[in-house]
Design a protein around this ligand. Structure first.
Ligand code: TYD
Ligand code: MG
Length: 455
């Protein structure tokens, strides 16, 4: 044991070492071990009163007290992703790449909540009050009664929050907070963990709901918010492809709601705009689709969303053909290509294959298999799909096309946007509604239909 209480903590994974080393033995990261002095074990700033153990008081599952009403922030997309508003006294983490719009989103949330009559504090450790004001002005929210502060000292923040009773507190960001109990610098894993656990404890013991912002960095220098994910009730991530104005809010963990909901926003000059009809956005204008484009009728969370999947099959100029995918899983593309080759006789082994989900959305549903396959077939045979046609279905390794869930919702959304045909697994009698169903039981039937233009 060292004379002083110096410990060496990997800033990438949080492993504690007895001495410094160039590489962390636990996660293999180089140059990530930093000396930290410890006056109290992490997560135990104030040692709990060591009164004699009194034993546990068990409670029943049933309760007489009604649940406290949720805090509706007024940003509908945000509320939906939270599972229907923010639960009072809960702790949320919002993570995302730098510049994706976390501060913008939370300022909007803070302002709309304050306008609905709740007491809201916005504490920023990153920006000066004047900067936040100017952003609020740009977004037209400067009249909202948000209580604004620029602070980083945890003691000061906790003291204030204990004194004043807020409904919602936003802390931007957890990496800038520091607690004087620990000597490690702000942003180090020790500080992030200690500050987050104190904030969460404050929320849980009858405090306000807390939303913490966490940065995701790729280089591993600054402690990522991973350690915080276990402490909070919900982890929301804000994502966006560079170059696209669309931003998608997802719940990765949620103790109070489903995790598959998404919220769609569009970043503009005056802040974020909520997109209540994402299909129209992802499909873009114009219904004339070129060979290689297929409209996938997908489901994101509880909502049907139509997106265009684009494929390009081109002769390969080099020895090894290229496969590039944006917005979809490259493993699934490999599987679809293998099934096309082995079960349908459509070999693309000597071709370059590019697949792109338009609009910057990322699709995770297996139901997109058939749409991706249709796009590939259409590009390979150079015939466009029928203009008013949507596609969905899962593909099995033996080449069968399987029915997927919520077909009706998918078709309804497609009909709403003017589509009248669907290429999918056979639907139950009358399941297609007004849509003309071009059913296929095997992928080879889809290849025949598209190459012979039999619709
Ligand atoms: P910001 O919320 O500061 O991102 P984060 O907190 O996640 O780092 O948003 C930064 C980006 O958003 C910045 O590149 C500019 C853009 N933006 C707009 O395009 N319009 C706006 O009205 C605002 C406020 C920001
Ligand atoms: Mg920010």
């Amino acid at each position: 044991m060292a004379k002083d209480s110096a410990i060496y903590v990997c800033q990438s994974c949080g492993a504690v070492h007895g001495k410094w080393a160039g590489q962390c033995g636990a996660c293999g990261q180089w140059n990530s071990i930093v000396e930290e002095r410890q006056s109290a074990p992490p997560g135990a700033l104030k040692p709990a009163a060591t009164s004699r153990a009194r034993g546990l008081q068990f409670e029943s599952l049933e309760t007489e007290t009604p649940e406290p009403p949720r805090i509706f922030t007024g940003v509908t997309e945000f509320d939906r992703v939270c599972g229907g508003g923010v639960v009072p006294g809960s702790a949320l983490l919002l993570s995302g790449d730098p510049g994706v719009g976390k501060s913008t989103l939370l300022l909007e949330v803070a302002a709309r909540t304050a306008l609905s009559g709740r007491r809201v504090a916005y504490i920023s450790g990153e920006e000066a009050v004047e900067q936040i004001r100017s952003r609020a002005r740009r977004m037209g929210l400067e009249k909202a009664p948000v209580e604004l502060a620029s602070a980083t000292a945890l003691r000061e923040i906790l003291g204030t929050l204990k004194r004043d009773r807020f409904d919602l507190v936003i802390v931007d960001s957890i990496q800038t907070l520091w607690s004087n109990v620990h000597e490690a610098g702000p942003g180090s894993i020790t500080q992030v963990r200690a500050c987050a656990s104190e904030m969460v404890r404050m929320a849980k013991s009858g405090g306000p709901a807390v939303i913490l912002v966490g940065h995701v960095t790729k280089d591993g220098q600054v402690a990522g918010p991973r350690v915080v994910e276990h402490m909070v009730d919900a982890v929301l991530s804000f994502e966006g492809e560079r170059g696209y104005p669309f931003r998608i809010l997802r719940a990765g963990k949620n103790r109070f709601g489903a995790t598959d909901e998404i919220g769609v926003f569009e970043m503009g000059d005056a802040g974020l705009r909520q997109v209540s009809n994402p299909s129209a956005l992802f499909l873009g204008e114009g219904k004339d689709r070129a060979p290689g484009a297929a409209v996938f009728a997908g489901i994101e969370g509880s909502r049907p969303v139509l997106v265009e999947i684009q494929a390009l099959v081109a002769p390969s100029g080099y020895g090894t053909p290229r496969r590039a995918v944006v917005g979809w899983d490259s493993g699934r593309l490999a599987m679809v290509l293998a099934v096309l080759e082995a079960r349908c006789g459509l070999g693309l082994g000597d071709k370059d294959v590019y697949l792109n989900v338009a609009g910057g959305l990322r699709i995770n549903e297996p139901a997109a298999d058939l749409a991706a396959a249709a796009a590939l077939i259409s590009s390979a045979v150079d015939h466009p799909l029928p203009q008013g046609c949507v596609v969905f279905g899962e593909i099995g390794l033996s080449g069968e096309v399987r029915a997927v869930g919520r077909a009706e919702a998918r078709l309804r959304e497609a009909a709403k946007l003017g589509f009248d045909q669907a290429l999918c697994a056979p639907l139950p009698q009358g399941g297609g509604g007004a849509m003309d169903c071009l059913s296929v039981q095997r992928l080879s039937e889809a290849v025949e239909r598209i190459s012979q233009r039999r619709y």
